[in-house]
Design a protein. Sequence first.
Length: 222
Amino acid sequence: MPINPESVQQALASEDFGERLSAVNQIRTLPPDIGFKLLKGATSDTSARVRYAAVSQMSVLGEQDREAALTLLRDRLRHDSEVDVQSAAADALCALHLHEAFPDLRDLYYQTSEWLIKFSIISSLGELGHTQAFEVLQDALSSEYELVRTAAIGALGDLGDHRAVPLLAPFVSHEDWQVRYRLAQALSALKTAESTSLLQQLARDSVAQVAEIASLGLSSPA
């Protein structure tokens, strides 16, 4: 059966959530402007799996109407009953660089007790690129959740604010090599004299993967 806007729209109205989920995935094959119009309704579907699939696609199709995408994603971020959908909304808002959503992301980070939402927000804030994200990421370096702390290291590198370098320095001796690996990646994006010194230490790391990524960072252009 050929996939076209009419067939997808019909499937999105099905009582079978499996058909609706399949229809959301089929939207990827349609022209973006048409796909976005069909996707909007699916972000509030009764099935969490359908909503998750639709919200996740917003990170790309939201460019078709950024104002409408902002409204839809803010609603899912604030009000969805499923943690996975809220997390996907955070990812999409940051991928679209919708700076207007920063207060919503910041407030939810401090209000929620769900580690997955915290992780999604922190791991995406560097990509969002909002100047006020630095303070939130600084706080996240002291999170009770190891994955959130590691995400904050990476996000500080993505943000590119040189104030991060002294905050990241203590992680050079972290016991988990995967944290040191992420640190080396972050420091490679923060070109300062101190970051170079820290990368030189990591280039002598006992774990080959860490030493290699640190060496690549040292050799990359400023």
